[in-house]
Design a protein around this ligand. Structure first.
Ligand SMILES: O=C(O)CCC(=O)C(=O)O
Ligand SMILES: [Fe+2]
Length: 251
């Protein structure tokens, strides 16, 4: 995986130094972003299967998530390290469905971890690499140590949202938040926008990030933000790969 070669780094750096938040269009190399995007089909197919069986959107079990927060959230969250097919599909461990292999196209057991060649695994590793950090350092001025990223794939279905929070987590020393939006077709009335609030006055919004394709937002932690509910009329899940870079190595 790599960043796009077309990024105008000095412009990005300039903007970041003034605002401490930036949204970068066409951030990943186009071939890599396409690979990651198409790999979401694995998740979508699983989700259709899951939805058909269970009916309702999945409420994440807080005990499943290593970092718990005291804000309300309701979306599926799949850590990109240690991600399991079982979690992607949202099913219980004892499923013996014969068509599992057809659904996932690889692997011989639903519990198997994503193989290292899967684009989501590759992206997870890239987000922990020196190559990834060199761009973030150039733009933000922060220095990063290898393996200090925690990343996850999120899937918001109709009604899912994330309430206002600032990503700070004293124990984890988060320095930078990143959100890579991965949605090719999105209508404004489908909701799912990320609102960034004014640092001093939460009555006003400074940025509204619309779900789009291969768009990367980064900002310094802490910064108040939320994700608006995905509308009942949305025709697709909202996908993003996001996470944080910490002061010290995490893996
Ligand atoms: O998906 C987004 O736009 C933001 C996600 C977020 O704020 C979080 O997971 O902390
Ligand atoms: Fe956040």
């Amino acid at each position: 995986m790599k960043w796009s070669e077309k990024l105008k780094i000095s412009e990005l750096k300039d903007k970041y130094s003034k605002q401490r938040i930036i949204t970068i269009a066409d951030a990943l190399d186009p071939v890599d972003s396409e690979l990651v995007y198409s790999s979401l089909n694995d998740v979508t197919e699983g989700n259709i299967w899951y939805q058909a069986l269970r009916g309702n959107p999945h409420y994440i079990n807080k005990s499943d998530v290593s970092n718990t927060h005291d804000f309300h959230y309701r979306f599926d969250k799949f850590p990109l390290s240690n991600i399991t097919i079982k979690k992607l599909l949202g099913v219980t461990a004892d499923s013996k469905r014969a068509d599992f292999r057809a659904v996932m196209k690889y692997g011989d057991s639903p519990e198997k971890e994503l193989p290292s060649f899967h684009p989501l695994s590759k992206l997870g590793s890239f987000l922990n690499s020196d190559e990834c950090y060199s761009l973030f350092t150039e733009i933000t001025g922060h220095k990063f140590t290898k393996n200090s990223t925690v990343s996850f794939l999120s899937r918001y279905m109709a009604g899912d949202y994330l309430s206002t929070h600032d990503d700070s987590d004293p124990k984890n020393e988060r320095v930078l938040t990143f959100i890579l939006s991965l949605n090719k077709t999105w209508e404004h009335h489908w909701g799912g926008q990320t609102l960034i609030f004014n640092k001093k006055n939460t009555d006003s919004v400074t940025d509204c990030i619309i779900p789009s394709y291969n768009t990367l937002t980064i900002f310094d932690v802490p910064l108040l933000h939320c994700v608006l509910p995905v509308s009942n009329f949305s025709q697709a899940p909202r996908y993003a790969i996001s996470g944080w870079i910490h002061k010290s190595p995490r893996i």
